[in-house]
Design a binder for this molecule. Structure first.
Ligand code: ATP
Ligand code: 6CM
Ligand code: CA
Length: 565
């Protein structure tokens, strides 16, 4: 009964008045949950037919960006480039107006800030609506009021500053969010500032404008700062890390932007800005990477050895090409077709976390991640025992690998809309370890192709995938890189691309690609830190969920015009 009381309370009408929407009369209702309006048809009589039951356009209060007096209508019209349709007569009848800005879904997971203006006959009524709506907005405790923003002016296509100033800052201004903006002057500027200088008590969140590399700087700055504030030693692989209290917002302006894509379903600066404004919160796992009990880096998206490590190493010399560097280096790395020998050992995740091949996609409100959140603190002794390397629960796989990828999240991005591991979860405390063994170039091509289509990318004999909580990699240094012989070398022709002979100058080891940064060591220990950070995001909304909201649902509301509210 208490539940239904709460629901009734949410539907309690706070205000209900007849106003005007454009030049037509409209009934407008504000409840604790939503603002609703309906143009009144001339033929519509509340006492007749369906006795006042009608179709209302609804905006949830939690998706209202701002409400304000429509000060200057001429200016509003220039901004929205709509013709001024208000007749003189209408202006006289309804001279006061207020505008509600709200989130509107425009398809493909993109959000836009839309406006609706209500015209009132008297000034007090107009002010009352603004005041009561603002009171409801003030109750939304999740919304940030003050943000620290870092812009990488050189990420992606070098549009970071322009994107922030033209697309994002106006949305923050409209929502009344105050910002301190720092345009970075060098790599690691943002990380170092967060780690040691920034007065974080002033802010409700940190925003990065850039790509995955820039996000990684913010992640390292915030996580390291939190650990040093709590005297936690990051060098200890088993240290219990303290979760960061500030949320991170990502305004995509990079080359891959896979963390933004995998948490919002799109890479669109305005959408990201609106997720920040409404105060969304998405917990995220973070992998900590150590070498010989010394801390190396944190990773949120992908750790890749072999193919993705080599590709990144090659692409770093081509930064001037922008995002296209990955295409060029990708082709080169594919043609090189190197593989590497080593041992991967791992601790499998609990079975109730599902499997990378179960097709249970992590979507907004994911039950697997919520369940993990609920049981996170109940860590039993038996599981601690289980975690010790060498215990029976650990498994080891030795072999020659073309790629070893750990996908902590799906790693979906525009190049690969389903990602490296489509069913990986954002916050389940596990990572999907994908091992691609030595195979022909054609087979590897088939595997890569599956990153871009709907086929199961793990359905190949040379690919295996495990959901794990921890893993280690030890390269086999005795191995030499053997390159496949495809064609005999012709006398006088170009030097062979591939040779069956060991090539001494080639490094027998690959590098680890850690969220787009190269790691300095190949032997690593990785541990998933469950829900260490939170983003201003909500996960990808289900298609049906999105569709329903796209259509601006008609709320069937028994609205009796004669009731005295
Ligand atoms: N002012 C700066 N000058 C030079 N480098 C910078 C500056 N600010 C940040 N960086 C570095 O630039 C690198 C790349 O940035 P970013 O991630 O924004 O773009 P990207 O590499 O093009 O995109 P992605 O990471 O999505 O592939 C980051 O590693 C970051 O440390
Ligand atoms: C035959 C067709 C072949 C097509 C293959 C397309 C494969 C696309 C897979 C995309 C996987 C993205 C993984 C994310 C990695 C990020 O942490 C990292 C930092 O931004 N980006 C890269 O390393 C850069 C990775 C760039 C990938 C192209
Ligand atoms: Ca995960």
């Amino acid at each position: 009964m208490i539940g239904s009381d709460v629901r009734m309370e949410n539907y309690r009408v706070l205000l209900a008045d007849r106003m005007s929407l454009r030049i037509r009369p409209a009934d407008v209702v504000l409840t604790r949950n939503a603002i609703m309006w309906m143009e009144v048809e001339k033929s519509w009589k509340p006492s007749a037919g369906v006795s006042g039951t009608a179709c209302w356009r609804t905006v949830q209060v939690c998706e209202i960006v701002a409400v304000r007096r429509t000060e200057d209508e001429a200016q509003e019209n220039t901004q929205t480039q709509k013709p001024n349709w208000r007749s003189k007569q209408h202006l006289l009848q309804y001279p006061y107006s207020f505008t509600v800005s709200y989130v509107k879904r425009s398809g493909q997971h993109q959000w836009r800030c839309s406006d609706v203006t209500f015209y009132c006959a008297d000034c007090e009524l107009c002010d009352l609506w603004i005041q009561v709506t603002n009171e409801q907005l003030a109750l939304l405790a999740n919304r940030p009021k003050s943000l620290l923003v870092y812009i990488n002016p050189y990420g992606g296509k070098r549009q970071g500053k322009y994107i922030y100033e033209q697309k994002v800052a106006p949305v923050f201004r409209r929502a009344g969010i105050s910002t301190d903006v720092i345009v970075t002057e060098r790599a690691n500027h943002a990380r170092d500032h967060l780690k040691t200088e920034a007065n974080l008590d002033k802010y409700d969140g940190v925003v990065c404008v850039g790509g995955d590399g820039m996000f990684s700087e913010i992640l390292h700055g915030l996580v390291s700062r939190t650990q040093s504030d709590h005297k936690v030693d990051q060098d200890q692989p088993d240290a219990e890390l303290v979760p960061c209290s500030l949320r991170i917002g990502i305004i995509p302006a990079g080359s891959t932007d896979c963390i933004c894509f995998a948490t919002t379903g799109t890479i669109d600066p305005v959408t990201s800005a609106l997720h920040i404004v409404v105060g969304d919160s998405q917990p995220m796992d973070v992998c900590s990477v150590h070498h010989n009990n010394g801390f190396l880096r944190y990773c949120v998206s992908m750790l890749g050895y072999g193919f993705y490590g080599d590709m990144l190493t090659d692409s770093e010399t081509k930064r001037w090409l922008g995002p296209a560097r990955y295409d060029l280096s990708g082709i080169k790395t594919f043609l090189n077709h190197n593989y590497y020998e080593g041992t991967v050992s791992f601790l499998p995740a609990e079975e109730n976390l599902g499997s990378p091949r179960d097709k249970l996609l992590c979507r907004s409100g994911c039950l697997v991640c919520q369940h993990k959140s609920a049981i996170k603190d109940k860590h039993s002794e038996t599981s601690e025992e289980r975690e010790k390397p060498g215990s029976d629960s650990w498994r080891a796989i030795c072999g020659k690998f073309i790629a070893i990828n750990a996908a902590n999240i799906s790693c979906a991005c525009p190049r690969s809309p389903k990602g490296l591991s489509p069913s990986a979860h954002l916050a389940d405390g596990s990572t999907d370890l994908i091992l691609v063994r030595e195979c022909s170039r054609l087979d590897f091509f088939k595997h890569l192709l599956r990153h871009t289509n709907k086929e199961d990318q793990f359905d190949h004999s040379f690919v295996e995938v495990h959901r794990v909580r921890k893993f280690r990699f030890q390269p086999n240094h005795d191995s030499m890189v053997i390159l496949e012989q495809d064609e005999p070398h012709k006398e006088g022709g170009p030097p062979p691309l591939y040779s069956s002979q060991p090539i001494p100058q080639f490094n027998a080891d690959s590098n680890w690609n850690c969220d787009g940064e190269i790691l300095p060591h190949t032997a690593i220990q990785v541990s998933v830190q469950c829900q260490l950070i939170r983003l201003f995001a909500r996960g990808i909304e289900e298609q049906q969920q999105q569709q329903a909201l796209l259509e601006e649902p008609c709320t069937l509301l028994a609205f009796n015009q004669n009731t005295d509210y």
